[in-house]
Design a protein around this ligand. Structure first.
Ligand code: GBH
Length: 504
C-alpha cells in the first residue's frame, strides 16, 4: 500500500491533538428514545421542502445504538480526541426542569467508553439543537430573548456537574454566526425564521431578518459568557479543565486590487469572525458593524462587555473555504436592510481576473466548498494582526472543524470509498497548518476533522457526505472506511509511519 499522507505527527508540535468531530442531531438518531424530546431541528427537518433530499435526523447514523463500535473506529484511526455535542433535550426534555436520567446515562456511557479507550472527549454544549419547548415558551422564544441565558447556564452547569470529572475540554456554543445568519436571516437552518428572500428559495415570512440575527448572536454571546463564568467560579478550580467556544469563518479575498474590494473583504471578515471574536477577545462588536448596522445592533453594557472579554481559555475555529468579496455600491432601501446587505459585499468564487478561487469541492447545487487551504494561515495571520500578539497568544487555538463533502451526490459505494479529493483537500489543510505553526509560531494545539461519519448534513440532508467512513443509510447504517480513513490512520500511526504499512 503506497503512503497516502505526505505528513506525519512529526510535522506538528509534540502535544498536538488530532481528532474527529460530530454533533448530536447529525449522528445520534433515536430522537424519541429514552425520554428525549423534540428540538428545533426535529421540527424543521420534518417540514417538506426544508431538507434537500427530504431526509431527517430521525435515525441519522443511529450512533445512539452504535456508539461502542463508533468509538472503536476512532481507536482504529488512532485519534487522540473526539469532539461531540450533547443533545439539550435529552437532558432537559420538558418544562418541569427535571433532569432525564436516561439521557444522562447515555452520555455517561459514551464518555466512559472514550476515556476507557484513551480518547479525550471535547464536549460542545450547544450544536444548534434548541429544545422545542424553549423555542415555544413565549417568555423565552429560544435565542430571541435574554431569558435564554438562565436556561443555558442551568443546562451548562448541570453538564459540568455531571460530566466534568471526566471531561476536561468544554465548548459552549458551535458557530454563533451560522445560528444567527442561517437560522434567522437566510432561514435555511432551524428555526427557519426569515423575512429575506435568499437565492431562488422563497421563504415564508416569519421572523424579522433585519434585527433577529443580531439579537440572537447577542444573546448567544451573553449565554456563552455566563456559562464560562459559572465554570470558572464553581468547577474549574477543582475539575481543572478548560472552556472555549467555536467560531466559523471563511477567508475573504478581495475580488480585485481596488481599494473598495480590499475594504469589502476586510468587512466580510469583521461581519463573520470578528462579530463573534471581538466581543470575546476585546469586549465589543467591530466598529464597522456598529457603523453599518447602527441601531439594529444591540449594545453591550459595560458589565456585559466586561463579562465577555477574555471569556475563553481557547478559541475553536472552523475553517472550510474561501470566497472573493466585492464591494457593493448601490444604496439599499432602509426597509429591506439585513445582514446580507449590511455587509455591503457580493460574495463569489470567481475573481476579477476570471480565476476560480480554488478547486470546486462539492456538487453544483449544494456545494459551497472550494479547495483553499492557503486561506487558513491567512485567517490565523489576520487574527494575530487584529487581536495583537498579546491577546492572540493568550488564547491557544484549535481547528475545531475542517473537511469536505463528496463531489457527487449519487455515488456508488465503490466510488464513494475512493475519495482522493478528500485526501487531497485534507493533506492541503494540514500542510498549510504545519507550515504556519513552524513559520509563525502560532499556538494551534489541535485539529478536528469533520467528520467521522457521513451524517445528517443539515439542510443538505443525508446525500451530502462529509465522513471518513461511508454510512449506508439504506442498509442498516453499515460503516465502510473510505480511502481518507486510511489516510488519517497512516498520518496518525506512530509505528507504520515510515513504511505506510498500516493494516485497516
Ligand atoms: C459546520 O457548519 C457545522 O458546524 C457542522 O455541523 C456541519 O456539518 C459542517 O460545518 C459542514 O457543513 O452561503 O452557500 O456558501 C458549516 C456551516 C454551512 C455555514 C455552509 C455557511 C455556506 C453556504 N456553513 N454555509 S453558502
Amino acid at each position: 500500500q503506497p503512503r497516502l499522507s505526505e505528513l506525519s505527527r512529526d510535522d506538528f508540535p509534540a502535544n498536538f491533538v488530532f481528532g474527529v468531530a460530530t454533533s448530536a442531531y447529525q449522528v445520534e438518531g433515536a430522537v424519541l428514545t429514552d425520554g428525549r424530546s423534540m428540538s428545533i431541528w426535529d421540527s424543521f427537518s420534518h417540514i417538506p421542502g426544508n431538507i434537500y433530499d427530504g431526509s431527517t435526523g430521525d435515525v441519522a447514523c443511529d450512533h445512539y445504538h452504535r456508539y461502542k463500535s463508533d468509538t472503536q473506529l476512532m481507536v482504529d484511526l488512532g485519534i487522540d480526541a473526539y469532539r461531540l455535542s450533547i443533545s439539550w433535550s435529552r437532558i432537559f426534555p420538558d418544562t418541569t426542569g427535571a433532569v432525564n436520567q436516561a439521557g444522562v446515562s447515555f452520555y455517561n456511557k459514551v464518555i466512559n467508553d472514550l476515556v476507557h479507550k484513551g480518547i479525550k472527549p471535547y464536549l460542545t454544549l450547544y450544536h444548534w439543537d434548541m429544545p422545542q419547548h424553549l423555542e415555544n415558551d413565549p417568555e423565552v422564544m429560544g435565542w430571541r430573548t435574554k431569558r435564554i441565558i438562565t436556561h443555558f447556564v442551568h443546562f451548562a452547569e448541570t453538564c459540568f456537574k455531571l460530566f466534568g470529572d471526566r471531561v476536561k475540554n468544554w465548548i459552549t456554543i458551535n458557530e454563533i454566526w451560522s445560528i444567527a445568519v442561517d437560522g434567522y436571516g437566510f432561514g435555511t437552518d432551524a428555526p427557519g425564521r426569515c423575512s429575506a428572500v435568499s437565492g431562488t428559495k422563497k421563504k415564508v415570512y416569519t421572523g424579522d431578518s433585519a434585527t433577529e440575527p443580531y439579537i440572537v448572536a447577542h444573546n448567544a454571546l451573553l449565554s456563552h459568557a455566563a456559562a464560562v463564568k459559572v465554570y470558572r467560579e464553581k468547577f474549574q478550580p477543582e475539575q481543572k479543565g478548560r472552556i472555549g467556544m467555536v467560531a466559523n469563518s471563511k477567508w475573504y479575498e478581495p475580488f480585485s486590487e481596488q481599494k473598495e474590494d480590499i475594504h469589502a473583504a476586510e468587512r466580510c471578515l469583521e461581519f463573520e469572525l470578528a462579530w463573534i471574536l471581538d466581543p470575546i477577545l476585546m469586549g465589543d462588536y467591530p466598529a464597522s458593524m456598529r457603523r453599518f448596522v447602527a441601531s439594529r445592533l444591540p449594545c453591550l453594557t459595560e458589565a456585559e462587555s466586561k463579562e465577555l472579554k477574555g471569556s475563553v481559555d481557547f478559541v475553536g475555529l472552523n475553517y472550510y473555504t474561501a470566497n472573493y468579496a466585492q464591494n457593493i455600491k448601490e444604496e439599499v432601501n432602509p426597509s429591506s436592510r439585513w445582514y446580507s446587505t449590511d455587509r455591503q459585499a457580493k460574495l463569489g468564487c470567481v475573481g476579477a481576473d476570471g480565476e476560480l478561487i480554488g478547486e470546486t469541492m462539492g456538487p453544483a447545487d449544494i456545494g459551497w466548498i472550494y479547495n483553499c487551504p492557503w486561506g487558513l494561515p491567512k485567517l490565523l495571520g489576520w487574527m494575530e494582526a487584529r487581536y495583537g500578539k498579546r491577546e492572540f497568544e493568550a488564547h491557544p487555538i484549535i481547528i475545531a472543524e475542517n473537511g469536505c463533502m463528496d463531489l457527487e451526490l449519487d455515488l456508488s459505494l465503490k466510488k464513494a470509498l475512493h475519495d482522493e479529493m478528500r485526501v487531497k483537500y485534507l493533506n492541503g489543510t494540514l500542510q498549510h497548518l504545519s507550515n504556519a505553526i513552524k513559520d509563525y509560531g502560532y499556538d494551534v494545539q489541535g485539529f478536528f476533522l469533520w467528520s467521522l461519519l457521513d451524517n445528517f448534513e443539515w439542510s443538505s440532508g443525508l446525500v451530502c457526505r462529509f465522513g471518513l467512513y461511508y454510512v449506508d443509510h439504506q442498509r442498516g447504517n453499515r460503516r465502510y472506511p473510505k480511502l481518507s480513513a486510511r489516510w488519517y490512520q497512516q498520518l496518525l500511526s506512530r509505528e507504520g509511519m515510515q513504511m505506510g504499512l498500516v493494516k485497516t
